[in-house]
Write a protein that binds this ligand. Structure first.
Ligand code: CU
Length: 166
């Protein structure tokens, strides 16, 4: 094997390894009345494993998580499923689906301090809101496929690395 084809193989291995090991992202959101939360939601792709971090002045605001679209649109925070008030609140996006957040300070949600985000599978392409199909079957298997790809890439890379020394 000449050095040129080795270089090509090495490049392929590198690409495969990087593709397999996608890093989880952290999405910081400035949690106050001046933020455009719709734009924030649209300009970010939230994937399983990512983190959402709410940054604000403690005491002034809080973060409550709501369980339904109805509560979200009506700013009904009486049945919040989670409540945070530290001012640097991280939320782990552990599965696919839509999540609803609102400010718990009276009046703030009505003024627009609320955020709705959609978490997609870790391997999903960063497309803009391809409507509301559940897509659970295809996407839920992707983390496994992802691991398989990484493993195969690792084995292939190790094998070729070994051959180069023989
Ligand atoms: Cu607030």
């Amino acid at each position: 094997m000449n050095s040129c084809s080795r270089l090509v193989l090495l490049s392929i291995c590198l690409v495969l390894c990087m593709r397999g090991g996608a890093l989880a992202a952290q999405h910081s959101v400035t949690w106050d009345e001046s933020t455009d939360f719709d734009s924030f939601a649209k300009s970010n792709t939230f994937k399983v494993g990512d983190q959402l971090v709410f940054k604000y002045s403690p005491g002034l605001h809080s973060v409550v998580e709501l369980s339904s679209e109805k509560e979200y649109s009506g700013c009904d925070v009486s049945n919040a499923i989670n409540s945070m008030s530290a001012g640097n609140d991280a939320v782990k996006l552990s599965k696919e689906g839509t999540r609803y957040f609102a400010c718990g300070t009276p009046g703030h949600c009505g003024q627009g301090m609320k955020l709705k985000i959609k978490t997609v599978g870790a391997n999903a392409a960063p497309t803009q809101d391809s409507s509301s199909k559940p897509s659970s079957t295809s996407a839920s298997t992707s983390p496994i496929l992802n691991s398989v790809t990484s493993f195969v890439a690792l084995v292939v890379c190790t094998a070729f690395g070994f051959l180069n020394f023989v």
